[in-house]
Design a protein. Structure first.
Length: 191
């Protein structure tokens, strides 16, 4: 997609704060530090739209971005950061689950995993939860520049098996831009 306009819409923690449902939404989820902000920034070709390397502990928000007035990107707070205070961890589940369960205009969830690591218990829990609610999910293995081409392919097969996926996860690197077109293609593919 040719990116013409990218605008921050608003942040919210609960449905009363979400923007009015109008455009289709694509939500991005993954553990903290996995490279979620870097993926979003690479997709929209902005350096600092989504903030990279969030400080753990600050109030976590769902951030909505308008892309070309065609769709919204929804940046969900990252999970699984060991140093996040308990109170913030407790907020994460209901905040994200409510959005994922109730949002009618949500068309696709992009679940981001580090190519070098097996999916965590939280990644698996989120996946079964998305399956349960019948949410279309796209799996992206990021930081592929950290591995050789052969190793990347091997990890791609391993994660496909571990998660019992129909399609292979997409290989991506925010550093080299590899895989960016494939992610866009998958986002724009009709459901
Ligand atoms: P977030 O917490 O999931 O939003 O993760 P960030 O996008 O802030 O990335 C966390 C760290 O990983 C940062 O230091 C990034 O520079 C680095 N990172 C993110 N994506 C990539 C990638 O594709 N390749 C490499 N080598 N580093 C990456």
């Amino acid at each position: 997609m040719k990116i013409v306009t990218v605008d921050f819409v608003k942040s919210a923690t609960s449905p009363s704060g979400y923007p009015r449902e109008s455009l289709p939404e694509v939500a991005f989820a993954g553990r903290s530090n996995v490279g979620k902000s870097s993926l979003i920034n690479a997709l929209v070709q902005r350096k600092r739209l989504a903030r990279t390397s969030n400080t753990p502990g600050r109030t976590q928000l769902i951030n909505f971005f308008n892309i070309n007035d065609e769709l919204l990107f929804v940046d969900l707070p990252g999970y699984g950061f060991a140093r996040v205070p308990e109170a913030v961890k407790r907020e994460w589940g209901p905040m994200v689950e409510t959005y994922l369960r109730e949002r009618d205009c949500l068309k696709l969830v992009v679940l981001i995993l580090d190519i070098r690591r097996d999916p965590s218990a939280e990644d698996l829990a989120l996946k079964s939860w998305l399956d349960f609610y019948g949410r279309r999910t796209l799996f992206v293995l990021t930081k592929m520049d950290k591995l050789s081409r052969g190793e990347s392919k091997k990890r791609q097969r391993a994660v496909k098996e571990l998660l019992n996926l129909d399609a292979a996860p997409i290989l991506f690197s925010a550093k080299t831009g590899l895989g960016r077109d494939s992610v866009w293609e998958a986002i724009q593919r009709p459901a």
